[in-house]
Design a protein around this ligand. Structure first.
Ligand code: NAD
Length: 483
């Protein structure tokens, strides 16, 4: 695989045309593995957003009228083009986001899978007929909600934008996507696939900008009927307040702090292997990343020792080098945040088994590297036990009883993902019932698939992406009574 040159003409896609730097402010895009500037990204002006809103309004009425089979065929075409361009898109993703190239290819593949899934699901938008006296009927119709504004983050730039775009387009909505400014080239490359597949330029548009200005402007517009946001809890709450004014529908996929319950009767080697493979994916910058490991007393030391030994072997460096299993953190805010949380835990008496400092395996300190870190005996008053680290840090604490483990798992205001490792089927079912989360993994961390709902409860948000529920979230219900 050859590494492409990073594109120098990053552009917005508004009303069927690409728009570059002319007349717009720009910000630099930084390679997180090296700290070097890759290119300048133009930021949307208010006039750009108004043009996008006008197009989205017109585009919605045209796109919703397109037959579902044709909509589905175009979405399949997007998936085909993404697959053809995988190497190119994945290399851009690694250069601007940092994740290892194998993970970047996996993300691009899942993005294509999402377009394929919703291409099919578009054909399964059903209503109901309610029977009435002879000659009369009532009908329940499902219709597209209207133009959508979608805000997606930098940890999975390609797949998270795709979940929103594929589902909205499948439902018959138009969409203005604002992916993260940190990682634009990969999302522009996906948008090019959408354009090349023949999706109309007023049905799907792409903008970057100052996030607060863009979200305020789009949410305030009566054109926008639905907001979909993936990101942090504070920003989610802020956007919800803005949405309240216009009573806009929302899907909020916010942060987590996922508990993992490791019971004495589990397959210990499987639990250790899967934990060390999963925790450091995307350098731990995953909202469903397993983070708080509660381990039953009988296997506490063995689990911690095995997990730390495997973790210490993870090679960290530039994601373009296929020998590296973990890349840098995506931006310079992340190592600062993680360093503060780890130092607080260390000061309060936690036992750092491996990692606990910046740097990569070659011993250099360029880029935003932080070493894979395992912390044992973390005191309950350490900030990291309550604040999502969103980085390569696993926390381990012991528990005695099932009830104690569940109480610990549920103690935070977040409820996105939770996991358990046990060979006792009844105990597994009891965990699944008791965890206050939107997604549970039993003897597995694989919980994000195109055909399953993805979303949380409590302050982790509401609504689902993926599965039939993901399509449903872009539909509204209308009852028609005929006498
Ligand atoms: P942040 O809270 O500033 O931003 C989070 C995301 O929201 C970013 O993608 C950002 O571009 C976007 N954003 C920020 N302000 C916005 C606004 N006014 N309108 C629209 N979008 C806005 O934090 P950050 O430093 O980028 O990320 C740190 C935290 O965010 C992490 O600790 C993690 O908890 C959370 N996060 C969660 C996810 C997720 O998948 N749920 C993804 C990325 C970040």
């Amino acid at each position: 695989m050859t590494t492409p040159n990073y594109p120098q003409n990053l552009q917005l896609y508004i009303n069927g045309a690409w728009h570059g730097k002319e007349g717009r402010e720009t910000i630099p895009v930084i390679n997180p593995a090296t700290g070097e500037a890759l290119a300048d990204l133009p930021l949307a002006t208010k006039a750009d957003l108004d043009a996008a809103l006008e197009a989205a309004n017109k585009g919605f009425y045209k796109w919703r009228a397109v037959d579902v089979n044709e909509r589905g065929a175009k979405l399949h075409k997007v998936a085909d083009l993404i697959r053809e361009r995988t190497d190119h898109i994945a290399a851009l993703l690694t250069m601007e986001q940092g994740k290892p190239i194998a993970e970047a290819k996996g993300e691009v593949a899942s993005c294509a899978g999402t377009f394929d899934y919703f291409a099919e699901e578009a054909k399964r938008i059903y209503g109901r007929v309610l029977m009435r006296p002879t000659g009369q009927r009532a009908m329940v119709l499902k219709q597209p909600v209207g133009p959508v504004a979608a805000f997606s983050p930098w940890n999975f730039p390609v797949s998270l934008m795709s979940k929103k775009m594929a589902a909205a387009l499948a439902a018959g909505c138009s969409i203005i996507a604002k992916p993260p400014e940190e990682t634009p080239a990969s999302t522009i490359a996906i948008m090019q696939c959408v354009v090349d597949a023949g999706i109309p330029g007023d049905a799907a548009q792409l903008v970057y900008g100052v996030p607060d200005m863009v979200s305020r402007h789009l949410i305030a517009s009566p054109t926008i009927r639905k907001i979909s946001f993936t990101g942090s809890v504070p920003v989610g709450k802020h956007l919800l307040k803005l949405c309240a004014d216009g009573v806009k529908r929302t899907t909020m996929e916010l942060g987590g702090h996922a508990p993992v319950l490791i019971f004495d009767d589990c397959d210990l080697d499987r639990a250790i292997t899967m934990a060390s493979m999963t925790k450091f994916r995307n350098a731990g910058q995953i909202c469903i990343s397993p983070t708080r490991f509660y381990v039953q007393e009988g296997i506490y030391d063995a689990f911690a020792k095995g997990f730390a030994e495997r973790t210490a072997q993870i090679k960290v460096g530039n994601g373009l080098d296929i020998d590296n299993a973990m890349g840098p953190l995506a931006n310079s805010r992340r190592p600062d945040a993680i360093e503060a949380l780890v130092e607080d835990a260390r000061t309060k008496g936690a036992n750092i088994l491996t990692g606990g400092e910046r740097g990569n395996s070659s011993g250099t300190n360029d880029g935003n590297f932080y070493k894979p870190t395992i912390i044992k005996d973390v005191p309950m008053d350490a900030d990291i036990m309550s604040n999502e680290p969103f980085g390569p840090v696993a926390l381990i604490r012991p528990f005695k009883t099932f009830d104690e483990a569940i109480e610990q798992a549920n103690r935070l205001p977040f409820g996105l993902a939770g996991y358990a490792f046990t060979e006792n089927g009844r105990q597994a079912n009891m965990v699944a019932d008791a965890l206050e989360v939107g997604m549970v993994g039993l003897n597995s961390f694989v919980i994000s698939t195109a055909d399953a709902p993805f979303g949380g409860v409590k302050e982790s948000g509401f609504g689902s992406e993926g599965g039939p529920e993901g399509l449903e979230s872009y539909l509204v219900t209308k009852a028609v009574h005929q006498y």
